[in-house]
Design a binder for this molecule. Sequence first.
Ligand SMILES: [Zn+2]
Length: 298
Amino acid sequence: VSDRMKSRHVGFVGGTLDRADRLRGDPALLADAFAHPAARLLLLDGLDPVVDGSGLATVPLPRDIDPDQFGLLGLDAEGPLFVSLVPRALPHGAGVTSQVWSVAPMLSPDALAHYGAARSLVDWHARHRFCAQCGGATSPVRAGWSRRCGNCGAEHFPRVDPVVIMLAEHGGRALVGRQPRFPEGRYSALAGFVEVGETIEEAVSRELFEEAGVRTTRVRYVQSQPWPFPSSLMIACIADVEDDALTLDETELEAAMWVDRAGVAAALEGSPDAPFTAPPPMAVAYHLLRHWVGEGEV
Ligand SMILES: [Zn+2]
């Protein structure tokens, strides 16, 4: 995979680990995984990635650990890969460590996906030490893929928060908007959390009406992306809408505009004449825009 290909890959997608759910609830198989001579521990610095010359840094799994405090991320050709469920800062100089966004372009797509899963899992454990039902202390079970309350016995699972991210389309143009926090010139697809009791299609329709005042007639799914900040699942869609008159919710959007395919293509190429700056290839919005441009080709 070339550096260019890596940098154009949607982030956190493409993990190749066998998640090995069959091991999680089987004490004998799980003990074998912990005892595997090639068992490795993925290093994190707090929640940040640690890289070495070959990608994500790992060390042999220490032998003197409490297995209950480690999660099994999965198996690959080498053996099992674990992560500590208790986030720890590495001592200074223990590895090349940095913020996600500076490390991500150095990683292969599968390594970045494994990091994203580990980050979401470790972060969830750190924030769910007490039972949401009774307030009792919880502890990890199922190789780190759930927690059980020591008081009432309730089992809690790592959460995934679905987010719809969508382009409205009308008359051969797509709707892009910008939030005040975006870098100068950046526009992207609109987005919002799915609410309880909603389908993906209903969430797309509601968000487009709330944020831009447009009425949706049809929704088509394009692709999805785990987004580990902390545990979103981005669901990318394209929505046909009734007309192009906009009524913006200015608490959400600073500006929005309709752009034709030539304009979107120019933005994706980074052309200085483009009507806006596209989101980075790491983001699913970039790939949604690219998909929409391709849809117009016959
Ligand atoms: Zn409880």
